[in-house]
Unconditional design. Structure first.
Lengths: 234, 161
């Protein structure tokens, strides 16, 4: 199970601190999803070795309009293991679910963003994972929390109907905002999710990381096709 | 009032709760207890809050680290866990809450999941992003004070190699 975190300077804790906390909490790894304009400076392998959790380099693309977002996705795709699109705007949500190059659409319901069955089907067709963001449930209160829970329910119904892939995250900006997987499962159950859905959503990050690392290897041609090394060839 | 016969007494479960905060946080047991009640009521409502019936028993904090034992009714541990996870700040200080484990007695809870008192933090001067900063250290955790108004950045020993 993985958590997707915002690290300093986009957040209040360094990648190392996030990794240490994630290891204590029982995560298998973290995805660093700093926004593209505030990248973190870190040595993923050294941190992974020290604290025993996987550290995947990701990016969250934040843009005003789809054409700029498309450029950013193209730029980051070759370097980042996980490409997330900062959703929450109807046109950007639409853009993200239509792009197979995008891995995850984050917080589609934030702000004036919305989701519907068309986007859900499109996300399923393109394999774009839509994020259930538990952050507002954990950290907001009153009306905004009620809205967030309501929107999570709407999103859940749409994604279940379309059988679209999804991920789950608390979106922590500091190590203090991290919550352990079991806690996230308990909170998920309190707001109407199955325990299994939350676990799957947390595990999905890991599968995504593994798949994308596989794809970035030189030997990779397309799914199911790889180039064997010279010696092994008859 | 006369105490209840054993089979009628409530069955409790004791949650060992780890509390982490920035080193300048200054809340005490009462404030923590109040936030626990608020968190339960906000997430679970009045009925759920009454069902879980959470009470903070032991509470110890030092610098940015601390722990508490929270008592809840048997069978309500998942709801209690969810409510505690939604504890985001106490008296305006951000906190991270993690349940280390659940036991049937206070003593087992302490022995298995709590251990000794939180270690005392040390003050150290570090160079963070090319500037001299003061850091509160609980090895390997470094909480670096990046502004005098108590803005911290969480780091670890790895960031200062």
């Amino acid at each position: 199970m993985y958590e997707a975190v915002y690290a300093h300077p986009d957040g209040d804790s360094t990648v190392a601190r996030h990794a240490l906390t994630a290891a204590e909490s029982g995560f298998d790894g973290i995805v660093v999803r700093n926004h593209g304009d505030e990248p973190a400076d870190y040595d993923a392998d050294a941190i992974a070795d020290e604290y025993g959790v996987d550290v995947a380099e990701g990016v969250e693309v934040r843009a005003e309009n789809p054409s700029r977002a498309s450029g950013f996705v193209g730029n980051h795709r070759s370097e980042a293991t996980v490409v997330v699109v900062h959703g929450g705007d109807p046109t950007l949500n639409r853009f993200a679910v239509e792009q197979p190059a995008v891995d995850v659409l984050a917080h589609p319901m934030r702000g004036d963003g919305d989701f519907n069955h068309v986007l859900a089907n499109e996300a399923a067709a393109n394999g774009v994972r839509v994020a259930y963001s538990l952050g507002p449930v954990l950290r907001a209160s009153g009306g905004s929390r009620v809205r967030a829970i309501k929107q999570l329910r709407k999103l859940r119904e749409l994604l279940e109907d379309a059988d679209a892939p999804f991920v789950v995250t608390a979106g922590p900006v500091s190590h203090l905002q991290q919550r352990a997987p079991r806690e996230l499962v308990a909170v998920g159950e309190a707001v109407g999710f199955d325990a299994e859905t939350i676990r799957e959503g947390l595990a999905e990050w890991g599968r995504l990381v593994e798949r994308n690392r596989e794809r970035r290897r030189d030997s990779f041609v397309e799914p199911g096709v790889t180039v064997e090394s010279e010696e092994e060839r008859p | 009032m006369k105490h209840l016969p054993k089979h009628l007494r409530p069955r409790w479960r004791y949650l060992a709760v780890e509390i982490e905060s920035w080193p300048d946080a200054a809340f005490d047991r009462r404030a923590f207890q109040r936030e626990v009640w608020y968190a339960a009521q906000n997430l679970l409502g009045d009925t759920g809050s009454a069902e879980t019936d959470m009470t903070v028993l032991r509470f110890e904090r030092r610098g940015g680290a601390g722990h508490a034992i929270v008592r809840t009714r048997r069978g309500e541990t998942d709801a209690a866990r969810a409510a505690l996870a939604c504890l985001d700040s106490v008296d305006g200080d951000a906190v991270r809450v993690r349940i280390r484990g659940i036991s049937g007695t206070v003593r087992a809870c302490e022995e298995k999941y709590i251990g000794g008192p939180p270690e005392a933090p040390q003050q150290r001067h570090v160079v963070f992003e090319n500037a001299d900063r003061s850091a509160t250290v609980r090895d390997p955790r470094y909480d670096v004070e990046t502004a005098s108004d108590g803005a911290f950045v969480g780091a670890t020993a790895l960031d200062f190699r």
